[in-house]
Design a protein. Structure first.
Length: 344
């Protein structure tokens, strides 16, 4: 069985951001380390050629096939589609920004490949933060009050925001990952400058204005298949907050009085999305009135990197069971805690 494990940044699709490359490679390395232990698999991945010397030191390097970026012709997307021709099964790790993850999964689906994760349709839905909030609210789940603004902005838009939202407020892109572009605005006079970030180099993009929920930022990691959900852990997110939010890392597991409520709400959120599958994360804030859902991430994240350090079994085996056999594994036993720091 031939398996392609493709991570967007490690593959050199965006080679001008060292931080994102390191973040992506940490996820790829964790997944490859687990999958290489599963019997009967021929595993392939795509890597930037500049890390050839680094890969010599990786224990599993001689047991996987590596396609090096830059050694062939065509774009990174051409190389991805060529690798799809080779494989039977694909696991894609990529940001949701601008529909990227959904497009990559869609390309695999059109070629008839089995995907270790959600359908392209499900990914497209949860990648749109406005549509996700709308769906979850219709299911009676706790979400922040949110409005979507599109260009050209309505007249007197600043007054409209100030009237409907008490300060502080949150501005965020409709699609995105890792907290990029998320801003907390505490003063109405900062609104105009903050909104300019959504005009973008390729034209104006829609954005969300959202109620600010005060509390602790957490996530819940889950395995999901065929409408069944197994919450795995409550995770503490380390986020630096100035005017813009910066994701700094994650600690697993996290003990909190609202932990069971958060696990239950995350489970219901995942159940609400048709086609959601594999390793899924639900971001929440533990506020004074209880957990509030921020978004759903339908992909491997750095939570996987930390979680595998505190479970006593192979998460790749669990992911395989979840996606290909549509059976949830037994709840994992967690031992100790682990903190992943961005850049470490």
């Amino acid at each position: 069985m031939r398996v392609l494990i493709y991570e967007f940044f490690s593959a050199g699709a965006m080679d001008d951001n060292e931080d994102l490359f390191l973040l992506g490679f940490s996820m790829l390395n964790a997944v490859l380390s687990d999958f290489i232990e599963l019997p009967g698999l021929e595993i392939s991945t795509v890597l930037q050629s500049r890390v050839k010397d680094l890969m010599v030191q990786v224990p599993y390097a001689s047991r996987i096939h590596i396609s090096w970026t830059g050694e062939g012709t065509g774009t990174w997307l051409d190389q991805y589609e060529e690798m799809l021709e080779w494989c039977d099964i694909v696991l894609v790790i990529a940001p949701e920004t601008d529909g990227l993850l959904a497009r990559l999964i869609g390309a695999a689906e059109r070629k008839g490949k089995k995907v270790l994760g959600s359908t392209a349709k499900a990914v497209a839905l949860v990648s749109d933060k406005a549509e996700t909030i709308k769906l979850l609210a219709s299911q009676g789940l706790p979400v922040p009050y949110t409005e979507r603004l599109t260009w050209p902005l309505p007249s007197h838009w600043q007054a409209r925001i100030v009237e409907r939202f008490p300060m502080p407020i949150v501005l965020k892109p409709v699609t995105g990952a890792g907290g990029q572009g998320v801003m907390v605005i505490k003063d109405p006079v900062r609104l105009d400058r903050a909104v300019k970030q959504f005009e973008g180099v390729s034209g104006p993009t829609p954005f969300l204005v959202q109620e600010y929920i005060s509390g602790e930022a957490v996530s819940v990691s889950c395995f999901v298949t065929a409408g069944q959900v197994l919450p795995l852990s409550l995770n503490r997110q380390h986020i630096a907050q100035d005017e813009e939010l910066y994701f700094q890392g994650i600690t697993i597991p996290y003990q909190h009085p609202q932990a069971q409520d958060a696990l239950d709400i995350a489970k219901r959120a995942c159940e609400a999305v048709d086609g959601l599958a594999g390793f899924v994360g639900v971001d929440l804030v533990l506020g004074v009135t209880g957990p509030v859902i921020m978004e759903i991430n339908s992909r491997i994240s750095v939570a996987y990197v930390a979680l595998r350090e505190v479970v006593k079994r192979n998460l790749a085996q669990d992911l395989w069971l979840t996606c290909l056999e549509q059976r949830l594994p037994a709840p994992p036993e967690l031992s100790g805690t682990f903190t992943y720091r961005v850049g470490s």
